[in-house]
Design a protein around this ligand. Sequence first.
Ligand code: TRP
Length: 332
Amino acid sequence: MDKKIIYSGIQPTGLVTLGNYIGALSNWLKLQNDENYQCIYSIADLHSLTVRQVPSEFRNRAISFFAQYLACGLDPQKNIMYFQSHVHEHAELTWILNCFTYVGEASRMTQFKDKSQKHPDNINMGLMDYPVLMAADILLYNTSLVPIGVDQKQHLEIARDLAMRFNNTYSPTFNVPEPLISGVGAKIKSLQNPIAKMSKSDPNENATISILDSTDDIMRKFKRAVTDSDNEIRYGEDKPGISNLITIYASCKGIAIDAAVKELQGLSYAALKEMVGCSVVDMLAPVKARYDELIKDKEGLFKIAKEGQEQASSIARKTLRKVYKKVGLVQL
Ligand code: TRP
């Protein structure tokens, strides 16, 4: 039986957060050992160019992201890991799909409207084309499943629409991808506003833990975490701050929420924050140690990226060739 393809892209902007680690990466670590799936992960660097980047910072951050995902335990022998810009088929398929995308549907996308509002001085074509590039990412690899959060649902929808539109116009060409909404992998919230998710680009640095934060930073951020005014350690919707801390603790320790509550009950809020902070420090210590090794060895990283590029290209090339043929481009 053919393995099902799972595809995800990661924009190299902001930080890789504790939320990414607990929410997404922990699932990906399980998936890489599951015989039924082949996972493909790209650093979606072309997507990030839709907002202005400082070239040297951008380059370093892209490399750092790649190293951080490896440091978290994603194994390049088991997953295909590469930079989007290293596989030129992404841009080429985007052009073809552009010719099947209506200006109306692209301009109605929520994220396009939000980002246009946020960057009114730079509403460029790339911003509007963002979902089409994402569709190309997904469709190039015969993807069956795309792990996504709610913010990306509309993007996956357009990828599905484009796949079906193309298939109906010609003949079955693309797999129509489904969202992979995982029940496992806890949703980690902002430490400053526990109603909102922990965001990789939150301007308030106390809200977010980077997986590379120092022990001092982690402990300080937990000390300042927003809780509530009673002093009961209980998990519940009416206690978002405390519930978030309990969730983080349970995830770091690999135990159930109930078990975490039992361990933590009776502590003062200050002691709770200290316990949770320590559990995070312990969990991230080996990740940080691996990262320090990886980032020192650029040549080693580039070798892994090159192998990823080759694996990705060989799949993407075939898909694009099929597409070019179907639309009637001359093939020599
Ligand atoms: N748009 C996604 C995000 O910001 C990143 C992304 C790019 C992606 N290409 C993708 C996600 C393909 C899934 C599949 O999170």
